[in-house]
Write a protein that binds this ligand. Structure first.
Ligand SMILES: *Cc1c(COP(=O)(O)O)cnc(C)c1O
Length: 223
């Protein structure tokens, strides 16, 4: 676990650059999460529905939970009552299901489109054309999708030591963000987040315009 002074320095450094910290707590205990909560942390990220559903009731209600893992449509219902933001929207039917479940709870859920920027085949996410296609569907049905707030994009860079490559991938996400904002969100300030950067590459992500970094091992130690 990161020492309290180092944690506070990290948070204030990020804050001074306009970047919000999401503490990624997957596979970490409720006690570990509570320890960071007690230092003032409120945004936590989880990857697995079942794990999140088990932890959430054991922790303070003012935590903002970010779902950052791959999300199956049939599992949205388990987290829709409390999740703050879903970073991994990668299809229009998933967005519709999030809207449907959020409406049942009479609440809004922030959603980020997950964009495939890495070279690796295995990572989830939309390509640029697919993201534009999704935006076309969204724009056409905006009035029926009142319980989701499209708030930006999320992406993961290739797992590599090649900093130029990682930077260029984050730059691609920022460029797509600018394009989508120009085309679809000129009058909608909610579309503002670039969720990019993890323990090993968050400085590169910030240099490319990240607004939210998702950091796990640097805070909680290795999983
Ligand atoms: C696990 C995970 C993180 C955090 O990774 P660290 O390297 O531990 O900082 C960030 N984003 C996603 C999508 C993850 O799955």
């Amino acid at each position: 676990m990161i020492p309290a002074t180092a944690f506070k320095e990290l948070v204030s450094d990020l804050k001074s650059r306009g970047v919000n910290l999401i503490a990624v707590s997957k596979l970490k205990s409720v006690a570990d999460i509570k320890a960071l909560y007690d230092l003032g942390q409120r945004d936590f990220g989880e990857n697995y529905v079942q794990e999140l559903v088990e932890k959430q009731p054991q922790l303070p209600a003012d935590i903002r939970w970010h779902f950052i893992g791959h999300l199956q449509r049939n599992k949205v219902k388990y987290i829709a009552g409390f999740v703050h933001c879903i970073h991994s929207v990668d299809s229009f039917p998933l967005l519709q299901e999030i809207n449907r479940q959020a409406a049942k709870h009479d609440r809004e859920i922030a959603c980020l489109l997950q964009i495939h920027i890495a070279e690796e085949e295995s990572k989830y996410g939309l390509g640029e054309k697919e993201a534009i296609e999704l935006m076309e569907f969204f724009s056409a049905q905006k009035d029926e999708l009142k319980n989701v707030v499209l708030s930006g994009l999320m992406g993961m860079a290739t797992f590599t030591d090649d900093k130029a490559q990682v930077s260029s991938e984050f730059g691609q996400l920022k460029a797509l963000f600018d394009l989508l904002r120009q085309s679809y969100f000129l009058h909608d300030a909610a579309f503002k987040e670039r969720s990019m950067g993890m323990s090993d590459d968050y400085e590169l992500a910030i240099a490319q315009g990240s607004t939210q970094v998702r950091i796990g091992s640097l805070l909680f130690g290795r999983r």
